[in-house]
Design a protein around this ligand. Structure first.
Ligand code: ATP
Ligand code: MG
Length: 388
């Protein structure tokens, strides 16, 4: 069967020295996994990945996979053809067809690389011949060597590869190279962005959502599942743990001092997250907290929440403004879902005047007074698990 050919350029992985092999292997595995069930091969050649997928796979699917795979800095679709001038010219002319190329492209230049030095034409001559053929075939195109709209690249390797447009990728490191963490995923704007940032640094993640039914609706839960599905296109196979949180919330409401209730709830969430993380080999917790965004995210409040569990807590948004977070959430595709109007449990149980500078010792006393250990144990037992 004929194949689609893509070339991917790697970024930071290339700087990895002795560990490079580990990162490259993981990247290859991630691409292969995401392209299943279509037959595909992913090979490394001269600093690039060559990805070939059988033609029954829609080309848009491959674009979708490669543009959302961490570790790829840029990629391009290529035509692979015989290593003879006639085939190269025909392929280059066809790839620049008016119908196939973006309308904005009016000027071009050709760059050739001859990795196979036995090829009978030098790079300069290949470029000259290809440029001439494109100009003859497409009278709306002009050559501009200084500032072209596109660079038609011709590479002579085991075969000839021609690729005119590079598409930017996500950069970062292959997911799974930095271990696994548990993402606290609410239906808000921040936590999906936090998950994306950590995935970008190679952290695979499971997700946990605290659901306080009927105070939070089933739509709120569906919204979190939709967000997890969007994140799943960046991560390879998310498991979502849905924790019934109503009984914990009600006990805090009944026994906790009003101004302390948000922080007591945050503490309960951290305790549950710690248990679920331990049961699922997650080495850290990820949250969408940003410094001083709300009362529970001041230095003093974060210091209390942080002290609840010995697990490392990663807060990749800590120094970002809301506007910056929103910008990322738009580009990664979670914003429209995050702003759907279903309240999450935190907003419904929020006190009017939450503590901003909690005293840790006093908070520990309140925690033991509310005494949630059994409820926390039960909530973990009653979790619902969704594998994406
Ligand atoms: P987000 O936009 O991510 O909901 P937020 O600004 O609303 O964040 P908080 O409600 O204080 O802030 O929550 C802080 C962090 O705690 C969230 O980013 C998320 O990681 C976690 N979190 C909050 N509520 C839940 C929930 N119901 N389930 C899982 N995690 C939650
Ligand atoms: Mg929230």
């Amino acid at each position: 069967m004929e194949k689609h050919t893509f070339l991917a350029r790697l970024g930071e992985i290339s700087l990895k020295g002795q560990n490079r092999d580990f990162f490259e292997k993981k990247l290859k595995m991630n691409i292969k996994y995401k392209l299943r069930p279509y037959r595909n091969t992913v090979k490394k050649q001269k600093g690039r990945l060559f990805i070939e997928v059988e033609k029954d796979c829609p080309v848009e699917h491959i674009h979708n996979v490669l543009s959302k795979t961490f570790g790829i800095v840029a990629y391009s679709q290529a035509i692979r053809c015989e290593k003879d001038l006639e085939s190269i010219l025909a392929s280059a002319v066809s790839i620049m067809d008016k119908e196939k190329r973006p309308r904005s492209i009016k000027t071009f230049k050709v760059e050739s690389v001859r990795s196979d030095k036995s090829f009978y034409l030098k790079s300069y001559d290949i470029s000259k011949e290809v440029g001439h053929a494109i100009l003859m075939a497409h009278d709306d195109l002009k050559v501009d060597v200084h500032n072209p709209d596109c660079v038609v690249k011709v590479e002579i390797r085991d075969a000839a590869y021609i690729h005119p447009y590079e598409v930017p990728g996500q950069g970062g490191l292959p997911v799974g190279t930095a271990g696994k963490a548990l993402l606290m995923l609410s239906g808000g704007i921040d936590s999906p962005v936090a998950g994306w940032y950590m995935a970008k640094r190679g952290v695979h993640q499971e997700a946990i959502y605290f659901h306080a039914y009927p105070y939070t609706s089933d739509e709120a839960k569906e919204k979190v599942i939709s967000l997890a599905k969007i994140l799943n296109s960046y991560l390879e196979g998310i498991t979502l743990h849905i924790i019934p949180f109503t009984d914990v919330q009600l006990k805090i409401k009944e026994k906790g001092r009003e101004e302390e209730q948000t922080l007591l709830m945050r503490a309960a969430m951290m305790k549950i997250a710690e248990k679920i993380a331990a049961d699922n080999n997650c080495e850290a917790i990820v949250t969408g907290e940003a410094l001083s965004q709300v009362a529970s995210q001041t230095l003093q409040s974060l210091s209390f929440t942080d002290s609840i569990s010995p697990l490392l807590v990663l807060r990749p948004l800590i120094g970002l403004d809301k506007e910056e977070i929103i910008k990322v959430s738009r580009t990664i595709g979670t914003f429209e879902t995050s702003i759907l109007p279903y309240e999450d449990c935190c907003t419904l149980f929020s006190p009017k005047h939450p503590l901003v500078r909690p005293d840790k010792e006093r908070m520990y006393q309140s925690l033991s007074h509310v005494d949630m250990d059994d409820l926390i144990e039960q909530a973990c037992k009653d979790e619902e698990i969704i594998k994406l």
